[in-house]
Design a protein around this ligand. Sequence first.
Ligand code: 5BU
Length: 252
Amino acid sequence: IQNKRISYEEKKEKIFHPIGKKLIDITLKKKTNLIVSADLIDTKKILKLVSLIGDRICGLKLHVDIINDFSYSFINYLKKISIEKKFLLLEDRKLCDVSTTNCLQLHYGIHKISSWADIVTAHVLAGSMSIQNLNLPSNMGLITISEMSSYGGLYDDNYIRKALNISLKNPKVIGTVAQRKVDDRLLLFTPGIHFYEKKNNLGNRYIHPVQAFEKNGSDFIIVGKAIFQSENPKITAEEYRNAGWKAYENVL
Ligand code: 5BU
């Protein structure tokens, strides 16, 4: 009973941003809370991965600044597939500057994130104002980072509490990344997911989807290497989708 959670349907009533509601709708329709992190440096590899896993995911997370051959034809094509296959595009930009600079980084430069991304990530280290006045399109949401998955992070309980408060007060924020339960009015995203690994030697920490849902009260699992480096990403993505969905159902 201790681990009980509210359903996605109930959660949808508490989330006011349209992109948060849309993400939940996709999750319910496709029965998947899996977001795949396509940390690949070439567009062909990303598109190949998407062709294999598109049906299994509710979101595709990108780091567009690592792509060697980034282009608008790539992003337009990806956007088209995301609409056809029904998943959202998340740019894990981790904005972390003052509002003016965050705003410039969102709208300008080579990647023009706000012209295609459904969701972008942001730290709130620079304070609540840093994620205000970003001129986000009405159908684009923010995910704040309150506590990362890495070990040895500098986030203490006080920082995390304040980051969660800032997140709750900003209507553009649909949810957050944290390694603990958060208020039901925020969607909780959990990177650092792996079936077997606990730690990698590069500082990331991993938990099983069951732990993400039971202990942390996660809503969405984010899986990178475990899927895109596997021998059969299609089958592996289905395994993570299934594990994430069962883990959700088990805590209902
Ligand atoms: P992995 O291959 O499953 O370790 O990839 C995890 C992805 O999630 C990768 O793109 C990271 O940049 C991202 N990430 C993370 O690992 N931990 C965090 O706390 C946040 C993002 Br926020």
